[in-house]
Write a protein that binds this ligand. Structure first.
Ligand code: AHG
Ligand code: MN
Ligand code: MN
Ligand code: MN
Length: 335
C-alpha cells in the first residue's frame, strides 16, 4: 500500500471495517460497532497483562476447574468478564459463548433477538501468563438464528461457514488485532499513546509453502502412525524448522506470517484433539482460508465440521495449502 505520508492518515479499525464493506448498510454499521467493542476488550486485557506481577489478580490460578477440566487462571476470568461487560453496553449481542462458561451468557436487555452472538476464547495460551510469554484472545461472530427461548443455543451448532467475522488479539511485544469479515485478513497494531488500533497490514496472504512445522512433539507417543510418518518425514528432510510456543494464537500468527503448518492432532487421551471448534479452530480456519491457506481435521475441511456440542474439540492441521496437503497425504496413505 502507498506509504502514508502523515500519521494523521492512520486507519483506525472502525474506519477500516466500514471501508471493507464499501457501504454504510445496517450490517456494516453493526460489524464496525462490534469490532470497536472487541478493540475495547483487547485494550483492557492488554493493559491488565502489562501490570502482571505489579498488581494483584493477574498472575496465578483461581483454584477452580472449568468445563474443559482445566485449572482456571485469574486472567481467564478477568478477560472472560471484560468481553461480557463491553458487549453489555453494545445492544448488538444477546449471547456470549466462551471456553470459560459451560452455557452461554445471555444479556437479557438485548435478548431474545440480539442479532449477534460472540463466541470467544478470552485468554488463549494461559499457561504462558505467569512466564510473561505471548498469549492471545480468539473471537468469532455469528448471527443469532431464531429466539433460543430455551437457552440451549442450538443455532450455534452449525459449521464454520456461518461465521460472519473472526479474529484474534496477540498480546506480544506489541498488541495486535487480526480480523476478517470475509474480505481478506487485516492486522492492526495498538498504539498505546493513542489508545487506538492502527492498520499495519492489509490482505495478509499466507505463502503456499513455508519452512515451519508447529506441533507439541511431546505427544509423539500418543499419535496415530500417520502423524508419526509425517514427523519422521520432516525430521529427515532439509528445509524444515520447528517452532512451538504453547499458545495457539502466537503459533498461528507465525504460520500466517511466514508459512508452514500448525498441528494439534488427536491423541490417545484426546482422540478429537485438545482445541475447541467454535472459539478456537473454526475462527482460525476462517482466517486461514481468507489468507489463501487451508484448515483440516486431517480427513475433513475444518470449515465443514458441524459440532454436536458447544465445547466440541477437533483435531487441527492449519496453514499453507501445500503443507496441509502433505500432512493429509500421510493420513490418506494409512486410511
Ligand atoms: P487455552 O489456554 O485457551 O486453554 O488454550 C491452550 C491451547 C492452545 O493455546 C495451545 O496451542 C495448546 O493449548 C497447547 O497445548 P499443549 O500444551 O498440549 O501442547
Ligand atoms: Mn483453557
Ligand atoms: Mn485457547
Ligand atoms: Mn483459553
Amino acid at each position: 500500500a502507498q506509504e502514508r505520508t502523515l500519521d494523521r492518515d492512520c486507519t483506525t479499525l472502525s474506519r477500516h471495517v466500514l471501508q471493507q464493506l464499501q457501504s454504510f448498510s445496517a450490517e456494516a454499521q453493526d460489524l464496525s460497532a462490534l469490532m470497536t467493542r472487541i478493540a475495547l476488550a483487547a485494550k483492557l486485557i492488554s493493559r491488565r497483562l502489562s501490570r502482571a506481577g505489579l498488581v494483584e489478580g493477574v498472575l496465578g490460578v483461581t483454584g477452580t476447574v472449568n468445563v474443559q477440566g482445566e485449572s482456571v487462571k485469574k486472567m481467564d476470568i478477568y478477560a472472560n468478564d471484560v468481553f461480557i461487560s463491553v458487549f453489555k453496553q453494545s445492544g448488538l449481542v444477546c449471547r456470549l459463548a466462551s471456553e470459560e462458561m459451560e452455557k452461554p451468557y445471555y444479556i437479557p436487555e438485548n435478548c431474545p433477538i440480539g442479532r449477534y452472538t460472540l463466541l470467544y476464547d478470552p485468554i488463549d495460551g494461559s499457561s504462558n501468563i505467569d512466564i510473561n510469554l505471548n498469549i492471545g484472545s480468539i473471537f468469532s461472530i455469528r448471527k443469532q438464528e431464531g429466539d433460543d427461548l430455551n437457552g440451549e443455543a442450538e443455532d450455534l451448532l452449525q459449521n464454520g461457514q456461518k461465521q460472519i467475522a473472526a479474529g484474534y488479539i496477540l498480546y506480544g511485544p506489541s498488541t495486535m488485532l487480526v480480523y476478517s469479515i470475509g474480505t481478506g485478513v487485516h492486522s492492526f497494531t495498538l498504539d498505546p499513546s493513542l489508545g487506538e488500533f492502527i492498520l499495519s497490514k492489509e490482505n495478509m496472504q499466507v505463502p503456499d509453502h513455508g519452512p515451519i512445522y508447529s506441533v507439541n512433539e511431546g505427544n509423539f507417543w500418543q499419535w496415530d502412525e500417520s502423524i508419526r510418518d509425517y514427523i519422521r518425514y520432516v525430521h529427515r528432510h532439509e528445509g524444515y524448522t520447528a517452532r512451538y510456543s504453547g499458545a495457539l494464537v502466537g503459533d498461528f500468527h507465525r504460520i500466517l506470517s511466514q508459512g508452514g503448518v500448525f498441528l494439534y492432532p488427536g491423541t490417545l487421551k484426546k482422540p478429537e484433539g485438545k482445541l475447541r471448534l467454535l472459539y478456537e479452530t473454526a475462527p482460525l480456519a476462517f482466517l486461514m482460508e481468507q489468507a489463501g491457506g487451508r484448515a483440516s481435521t486431517g480427513t475433513q475441511n475444518l470449515m465443514e465440521v458441524v459440532p454436536k456440542a458447544l465445547h466440541q474439540r477437533t483435531p487441527l492441521i492449519i496453514g499453507s495449502k501445500e503443507d496441509v496437503a502433505l500432512v493429509e497425504s500421510f493420513i490418506q496413505e494409512r486410511a
